[in-house]
Write a protein that binds this ligand. Structure first.
Ligand code: HEC
Length: 127
């Protein structure tokens, strides 16, 4: 099991100055956190600690996969093979042995931005 970390993405009611995050210069708050995942402009730097906390246990903190009891594939090939819609759907609904992320839409949007920044845009090739 991995530990759920407290990181600097304060909820909508926290003001940025109250943020416990050491990296308080970075605002991870979005205007409408409940908007659709694809309607929120995620920030890759906000997505990284979320990925490490919620996804890294299976995919590795760098997203390149792990083996073992809770293993997840290396995402470097998966991310470019999917459209944003498909990736958002995997996060919201899960797929196969992967559980739904259970994250709020703004956090899913940040994670999606981190996946794109790390592994690239949809390559248009389908899969
Ligand atoms: C309990 C382990 C586990 C966790 C936690 C997990 N995944 Fe996965 N993930 C998997 C497995 C297993 C697969 C392969 C799913 C399948 O059978 O198609 C997968 C597949 C994926 C894929 C590829 C989907 C495809 O069709 O190509 C993406 C993208 C992905 N995960 C992202 C994430 C993100 C982002 C998180 C964190 C929010 C996360 N995963 C959390 C286990 C996990």
């Amino acid at each position: 099991m991995w530990t759920l970390l407290l990181f600097g993405c304060p909820g909508p009611s926290d003001s940025a100055s109250d943020s416990p995050s050491p990296d308080s210069a970075l605002s991870c708050e979005v205007e409408a956190p409940d908007a659709g995942v694809l309607d929120i402009e995620g920030v890759a730097a906000c997505g990284q600690p979320i990925f490490e906390a919620y996804c890294g246990g299976c995919h590795g903190d760098d997203g390149r996969g792990t083996t073992g009891a809770e293993s997840g594939p290396d995402l470097s090939g998966h991310v470019p093979a999917h459209t944003d819609e498909e990736l958002a759907y995997v996060l919201l609904a899960g797929q196969g042995d992967m559980p739904a992320s259970g994250l709020s839409n703004d956090r899913n949007a940040h994670v999606l931005a981190w996946l794109r920044a790390t592994f690239g845009d949809y390559d248009g090739q389908g899969h």
